[in-house]
Design a protein around this ligand. Structure first.
Ligand code: GLC
Length: 507
């Protein structure tokens, strides 16, 4: 038995390229900006980066509307810039995942332009077209963001086309073998270039029943993308998995499965022959309290363990308010970092959470995103003095609060900063087999405190998280030393007491 694959013990760091760092002064982050900050990631101690889409795109959904899967949008640089970034990341020991958006393309993609041209076009059936009258869409599905029908009427060819997101993001028809082949080619393009894997956008939506039946009225207002759960996707994923696994070097995939039942999420690992990893969002939506987290963890263990599926954990990303903002204080964000980095599974960090960034306050007339997600996409402040290490004067979105004190430069100079806490946690994780691979066992606890034990062979760690803003007492059997404290002293014997909002790793 060798070691488990790298992606089970890795910590993955998500980069939203528009917001990471602007090297050319146009106000939008770029690939060169990422390259210039690889040293931050190496110093921090993450293992891999996932870069949100940087492909050619009209940017109606800021890159999740792809017009060419095999080229870099000029806003972000060139393919040569990507190759250089990849080579330097690899040389510094970082793996690189790119974002694959298979459910839909941009309406500006040449495939859709052809499909739209006429009903007879050979690419007509690459997308989902249906007859009807302009008054009545073919079914009752709701699109994300707009809360309106997931269909747009095309006057020229007098049919409707399906889009689970914006009208500028038509859904591909994965029931068509040519679509499957063309999309496999896009995976090969990046695998051949040397990427270590993919984050797969709304992956559970690709397989659809061709009947496209109405959903029950009581769920009609839920965007259809959060409802689609069809056996066809599993078959498609088995082919995708075979393709990825045929490459040397443990390439991987992490699917965005937008379903709110953790058992359904787990089913997308198949029998270890579908996704390598999948996001599981219910914990991201859970409130900051011990009882809901105990439930979330138990649910993951119950759904994942029987399939031998490896969980993931994520608290923030480019689609949701940051957890620092949701939980309401830095003390909680620090405790959450301890939790995120010690649960059983692969943690995903969202750039800026290691700086304790809050969402930016975006005035109504500065809002850009059709889904209202601008706040969590604020630019990353690298330096204390404005423009905070960005090349231009004004980035595409406002800064998050307190950028003059909450930035990478200031945080790095302060050994007590949240940045140093993340770095300590990552270092401790790296050295502990229990934290990387160990089982999770819930420990008896008191109200408001989550307690768990990670064990792998002889190696053990106890994790305690006080979700309340009051001191708590919790005795543990045996003798334990505080290895990492979210705040307060480390290196001392654990005496059975937790400070308000405090989380501890004990060994
Ligand atoms: C995913 C992405 C989100 C995007 C949507 C449509 O949920 O994370 O940013 O808008 O898919 O591609």
């Amino acid at each position: 038995m060798g070691e488990p694959p790298w992606w089970q013990s890795a910590v993955v760091y998500q980069i939203y390229p528009r917001s990471f760092c602007d090297a050319n002064g146009d106000g939008v982050g770029d690939l060169e900006g990422i390259r210039q900050h690889l040293d931050h990631l190496v110093w921090l101690g993450v293992d891999a980066i996932w870069i949100s889409p940087f492909f050619r795109s009209p940017m109606k959904d800021y890159g999740y509307d792809v017009a060419d899967y095999c080229d870099v949008d000029p806003l972000f640089g060139t393919l040569e810039d990507f190759d250089r970034l990849l080579a330097e990341a690899h040389a510094s020991g970082l793996r690189v995942l790119v974002d694959w958006v298979p459910n839909h393309t941009s309406d500006q993609h040449p495939w859709f332009q052809a499909s739209r041209r006429s009903r007879q076009d050979p690419k007509r059936d690459w997308y989902v077209w249906r007859d009807g009258t302009p008054e009545r869409p073919p079914n009752n599905w709701t699109a994300s963001f707009t809360q309106s029908p997931a269909w747009t009427w095309d006057d020229a060819t007098e049919q409707w086309y399906l889009h689970l997101f914006l009208a500028e993001q038509p859904d591909l028809n994965w029931n068509h073998p040519e679509v499957v082949a063309a999309m496999h080619d896009t995976l090969r393009f990046w695998l051949d270039r040397g990427v270590d894997g993919f984050r797969m956008d709304v992956i559970q939506c690709i397989g659809k029943h061709p009947a496209l039946k109405d959903v029950p009225e009581k769920v009609q207002s839920i965007p259809y993308c959060a409802l689609n759960d069809d056996p066809r996707t599993h078959a498609l994923l088995r082919d995708i998995r075979r393709l990825i696994d045929s490459y040397p070097g443990e390439r991987t995939s992490v699917g965005e499965v937008v379903l709110l039942d953790t058992r359904q999420v787990a089913s997308y690992y198949g029998a270890n022959d579908e996704l390598h990893l999948s996001f599981n969002f219910p914990p991201l939506y859970a409130p900051w309290d011990a009882e809901s987290w105990q439930k979330q963890i138990a649910r993951v263990e119950a759904a994942f363990a029987p399939r031998d599926a490896w969980p993931t954990w994520v608290l923030s990303n480019h689609d949701n308010p940051r957890h620092r903002t949701r939980y309401g204080s830095e003390a909680r964000a620090r405790a959450a970092a301890v939790l995120l980095l010690t649960l059983r599974g692969t943690p995903f960090l969202y750039a800026g959470e290691e700086l304790g960034l809050e969402d930016a306050v975006v005035a109504p007339d500065e809002r850009l995103d059709p889904g209202g997600r601008d706040g969590c996409r604020a630019p990353i402040p690298w330096r204390a003095a404005p423009p905070h290490g960005w090349a231009g004067e004004r980035p595409w979105l406002p800064w998050s609060p307190h950028a003059e004190t909450r930035n990478a430069e200031t945080a790095r100079a302060d050994p007590d900063s949240i940045l140093h806490l993340y770095r300590r946690l990552l270092a401790v994780r790296r050295q502990s087999a229990a934290l990387r691979w160990g089982a999770w066992e819930a420990l008896p606890t008191c109200a408001g405190v989550l307690a768990g034990l990670r064990t792998h062979g002889e190696d053990r760690r106890a994790i305690l998280v006080n979700f309340t803003d009051e001191p708590r007492e919790l005795a543990l059997a045996g003798s334990w030393t505080v290895e990492v404290a979210s705040h307060g002293a480390a290196g001392e014997r654990y005496e059975g007491a937790l400070l308000p909002d405090q989380a501890l790793v004990l060994r």
